[in-house]
Design a protein. Structure first.
Length: 240
């Protein structure tokens, strides 16, 4: 009885908080001074129509580098804790064979996987022009990997290749930032390359390069995390 009363009180309090937020919300009809300055500064100084991507990969790119470093540590922790190859006693509790997918599901995955991969590449490579970027494209890449793992339970990712690729992308990201210190105005300055024509595919300096490296790094890290959470006994995954 006490738990029910506590649950009812908690629900009422949460409802009151959300109702207060909903009733006190007012839509802003104009940008604040800081946001307005960024909206004007990014296209003029960085040559990127997408203001958010310009901010993430230039003005706060060092913070973005820290975020992907945290994601790398998460992936490493997941592999260390959940890798059944390192913990044989955990495999004894997962001896059941995974149920194979139907032919319809497999055919659908074979049709959708290339489209998802192309869409991910489009999001990454056009992040400086429209909505998207490295983080978003990397997440879409991971969703494609997740689809493959769900449809083909025996498929084993090449974790070593993903790890090496992720590390190389991270090193190149840092080296690109150092190049900004040498030839431009500071660390991760996008003016290491010509800004080009505004709105063109090859424009915005080094932002597209950073976006591609970020997409590769995030996609590999999330794929490793997904594979770490996948159940499966030792020795029964197919080597692909």
């Amino acid at each position: 009885m006490t738990r029910r009363v506590f649950a009812v009180v908690a629900i009422v309090l949460f409802g009151f908080v959300f109702a207060t937020l909903a009733t006190s919300y007012t839509e802003q009809h104009s940008l604040r001074r800081l946001a307005e300055s960024y909206v004007q500064l990014v296209p003029q100084k960085l040559g990127a129509p997408n203001v958010i991507t310009g901010i993430l990969l230039t003005y706060r790119a060092f913070d973005t580098l820290g975020e992907v470093a945290v994601l790398f540590m998460v992936g490493a922790g997941v592999v260390l804790v959940l890798n059944v190859d390192r913990w044989p006693h955990a495999a004894a509790h997962s001896s059941e064979e995974p149920r194979p997918s139907s032919e319809i599901v497999q055919s659908g995955a074979q049709f959708l996987s290339p489209l998802i991969a192309i869409f991910a590449a489009y999001i990454i490579m056009n992040g400086h022009l429209s909505a998207g970027g490295g983080f978003q494209g990397g997440a879409v890449i991971a969703s494609c990997v997740l689809l493959v793992l769900l449809v083909y339970p025996h498929y084993q990712l090449n974790i070593e290749f993903l790890t090496i690729t992720e590390s190389v992308a991270g090193v190149l990201f840092v080296l690109t930032g150092i190049a900004g210190v040498i030839v431009a105005g500071g660390f991760l300055d996008n003016r290491i390359l010509p800004l080009g024509q505004f709105g063109a595919f090859f424009s915005a300096g080094g932002i597209p390069v950073l976006s591609i490296l970020l997409g590769i790094k995030v996609g590999c890290e999330l794929s490793v995390i997904l594979d770490g959470f996948r159940p499966g006994p030792v020795g029964q995954k197919d080597k692909v």
